[in-house]
Ligand binder design. Sequence first.
Ligand SMILES: [Zn+2]
Length: 244
Amino acid sequence: MIKDSEKHIHPVTRLIREISSIFIELGFEVAQGPEMEDEYYNFDALNVPQDHPARDMQDTFWLEPKNLKKLLRTQTSDVQIRYMKENKPPIAIIVPGRVFRNEATDATHDAQFNQMEGLMIGKDISVAHLKTVLEAFLKKLFGEDVTIRLRPGYFPFVEPGVEIDMICFKCNGKGCPACSHNGWIEILGAGMVHPKVLNNVGIDSREWQGFAFGLGIDRIVMLKYGIDDIRLMYAGDLKFNQQF
Ligand SMILES: [Zn+2]
């Protein structure tokens, strides 16, 4: 039941609020960072090598003058670095925010979209904590019968990295257009924070460990509401927005 005060809130805003309240209940705080970012926070400190393709001009909006090494952030992971530099562990944060990619737009790609980053740092944190927290989150968002699986994945700032899939909530694993007919939906990227990243922010990786995760807000909105073109969400069409 939608409250009067919530009518016609944009579906992206609505989902950010819903996800934030789930993580706040799990003990996380909401952190924010700048959209105009330094190369250092967006790439270097996150262990993204100089020759990584993500730094290519095609993917990143670099700002003039180029020698200042300023860009529009390509991921919300930059806030991991900013937050860890300013706060001592233990840490449990989520970071919803806009990110930007300099690439061709189509039904599933836009130059601007929304991510949510998460970071938990503590003592003796393991992959088991990662799985428990993210499974609890997905059950609160999609329902108690959520089934997930972890697959190896690569992100420069975690080791090991995992991709988390869940059984398609539309077809319950039978196969449908929402899951590209394979029964599973990729929902999160995650992993144990790379010791190099902790060392970059002055946290002793022998004493502290943690996990990080990221999810695409727009993608989940599209899955949840059956929206087939991401560009509809940013066209500013009231007829679109009023459906939610
Ligand atoms: Zn399906």
